[in-house]
Design a protein around this ligand. Structure first.
Ligand code: IMP
Length: 199
């Protein structure tokens, strides 16, 4: 069975493919499937709601089983912000540099012990017959005082897990501990309940 990944974020798309394919799941991007997916307005107030909106829309438009991730960063000192607004925190959607600048500005002068945060990923899978399920993965960390490393995307250069930021990890190192890796491992456990043991 082929799964369609509903995202326009190329970096996220690459992570989803990289993690799911070794687990035996063949995933197609909209380009690979020759489909032009509409932009979905993320009107939900939770990661789970937005993941469903994206997967449901992709499933209805393509007629394929569709997987979507909605993810973001939740900073304790900022009462969970930027949360579902992570991609558009600075007001300029998808501008990682500006989003990081805004985050570091909001945390200016805040000491390390108060800079705790977590990345969250909700992954939803929608089937053409109307069934769907959603799983959630998290990864705990601390917001650094400045950017380190150039790997990954989004807030990776300022998200510290231990001594290193996600931006300093290899793709494989990030996948082992990341929110998305954790969500997708749960996804693979859940999937057989919906499609039987054969993937
Ligand atoms: P979405 O496409 O609406 O789910 O937006 C997710 C946003 O959360 C991204 O644009 C990033 O700013 C942030 N984000 C989610 N996952 C990651 C990650 O693995 N690393 C860094 N930033 C992430």
């Amino acid at each position: 069975m082929d799964f369609l990944i509903a995202t326009h974020n190329m970096k996220k798309q690459a992570e989803l493919q990289r993690i799911l394919e070794p687990l035996g799941i063949r995933v197609l991007t909209a380009d690979m499937a020759g489909i032009d997916l509409s932009d979905v307005e993320e009107t939900g107030t939770t990661f789970e709601e937005n993941a469903f909106l994206k997967a449901d829309s992709g499933c209805k438009e393509s007629g394929m089983v569709c997987v979507a991730d909605d993810s973001g960063l939740s900073v304790d000192y900022l009462d969970g912000a930027p949360g579902v607004y992570s991609a558009r925190y600075s007001g300029d959607h998808g501008n990682d540099k500006k989003n990081i600048e805004k985050l570091l500005g909001e945390l200016s002068g805040v000491p390390t012990e108060k800079r705790t945060a977590r990345f969250v990923s909700a992954v939803c899978c929608c089937f053409p017959d109307g069934r769907h399920f959603t799983v959630r993965g998290e990864c705990e960390g601390v917001i650094a005082f400045e950017e380190h490393g150039s790997g990954g995307f989004g807030y990776d250069p300022v998200f510290l897990v231990g001594e290193k930021t996600f931006g300093e990890l290899s793709a494989e190192e990030k996948d082992k501990i990341s929110h998305r890796g954790n969500a997708l491992r749960k996804f693979v456990e859940e999937l057989p309940k919906y499609i039987g043991e054969s993937k």
